[in-house]
Design a protein around this ligand. Structure first.
Ligand SMILES: [Zn+2]
Ligand SMILES: [Zn+2]
Length: 393
């Protein structure tokens, strides 16, 4: 069975859904129109629908009984003004599908249609997880995946899969790796306090800019001197604010940054080492306050499920176009799902010629030929997993 023939047959519809969603982007937890479109479309395929899961999420359930395969697509857009001059450009000022979640939603609708029409679909359940808000966390620090999980979206699920479109990989390439593929992403904010005064008499106060210089050295030394060299980790300072005049020593320095790692152990160590780096201001008479906001955990691909996706992709695009890439230090809230049940995410190339249209940029766009490929890889993987997991309990 090669489901590419099936997704090819609905290619026009896949493109139409994607363009409709692209034109009407909605920010995280505001996906009301998107969720309505998804729910109505699923119902038109005879699929049972549950709405308002994890605030604005939608679940479709096809089939019944064991095994249960979850397929997740995120639906949210970004606060970016689109710069593309295309007929389906965003109609919402300052909001744009600049990460490809419109394509993910369209592809999962395509998967739902193809699987619902498939006469010899193996027994079991396919749960379509249309997730809100991947790109940010709400006031409680929770993103769409966490909200869906709290609403029992993964209850009884044996395996969960997802894909992300990749605008900088050629169309026809599928990337699937085992183990950690995305980083834990935490943010920090800090204040270093000294004692301000006249720039001509630094000895009368305590210059927090001098303290900052020592702290920066200590922070940048963490990765090279304190972390196991074989373990990926990075701390980057993103902003530093202090001072108002050339001859005034300020009272304090404010800074923030990002902390990335691929394992829970290194993540914990980075937090401790960062605290130590700031603490060096205390013996010098200064003080500091450090706040770490925990973000998404590392995304871990289960080797068995990644293997099923790899085999499915081999059937769709060929084994030679199904490749490994390794990990990146980016982050993805699908990580919460793969921490809850075994799962894996693949990446589907969708580059327009040799254009560089980076994710999260105002010129982001994709080659729509990738829609049928991505939908086929997901559908074929789901069928494989239904068969593969049928023998297990
Ligand atoms: Zn994104
Ligand atoms: Zn994304």
């Amino acid at each position: 069975m090669n489901l590419l023939e099936h997704t090819q047959r609905i290619e026009e519809q896949l493109i139409a859904w994607r363009r409709d969603l692209h034109q009407h982007p909605e920010l995280g937890f505001e996906e009301v129109r998107t969720a309505t479109l998804v729910a109505d479309t699923l119902r038109s395929f005879g699929i049972a629908v549950q709405t308002q899961v994890g605030k604005t999420g939608v679940i479709g359930t096809l089939g019944a009984g064991h095994p249960v395969i979850g397929i997740r697509a995120d639906m949210d857009a970004l606060p970016i003004q689109e710069a593309n001059d295309v007929p389906y450009a965003s109609a919402a000022p300052g909001v744009m599908h600049a990460c490809g979640h419109d394509a993910h939603t369209a592809m999962l609708l395509g998967v739902a249609r193809v699987l619902s029409e498939l006469p010899d679909r193996p027994p079991g359940t396919v749960r379509f997880l249309f997730q809100p808000c991947e790109e940010k966390q709400d006031a409680d620090g929770l993103s769409g995946a966490s909200r869906m999980i709290s609403d029992h979206a993964l209850a009884g699920v044996d395996a969960v899969i997802a894909l992300h479109i990749a605008s900088e990989a050629p169309t026809g390439i599928v990337i699937i790796d085992d183990g950690p593929i995305h980083a834990a992403a935490d943010a920090f904010e800090a204040v270093i306090t000294g004692k301000g005064g006249h720039g001509a008499y630094p000895h009368q106060g305590l210059d927090p800019i001098y303290l900052l210089g020592l702290v920066i050295q200590a922070i940048y030394g963490i990765r090279s001197r304190r972390i196991d060299p074989t373990q990926p980790a990075v701390i980057s300072i993103g902003s530093i604010h202090t001072g108002t005049a050339s001859n005034v020593i300020p009272d304090e320095v404010r800074l923030n940054g990002t902390i990335r790692s691929l394992s829970d152990d290194i993540r914990a160590q980075l937090h401790t080492e960062l605290e130590h780096a700031f603490a060096i201001v205390r013996p010098l008479g200064g003080d500091y306050q450090l706040t770490i906001q925990r973000g998404y955990p590392p995304l871990h691909n289960d080797a068995t499920i990644a293997g099923a996706i790899r085999a499915a992709s081999g059937e769709i695009v060929g084994a030679e176009r199904t490749i490994r890439y390794g990990f990146s230090m980016g982050a993805e809230d699908f990580a919460y799902m793969t921490r809850t049940v075994p799962g894996a995410m693949c990446f589907v190339g969708a580059q327009i010629g040799s254009d560089m249209r980076p994710h999260h940029s105002p010129i982001f766009n994709i080659d729509e030929n990738a829609l049928k490929i991505g939908a086929a890889v997901l559908a074929q993987s789901a069928v494989r997993l239904l068969t593969q997991l049928a023998g297990q309990s």
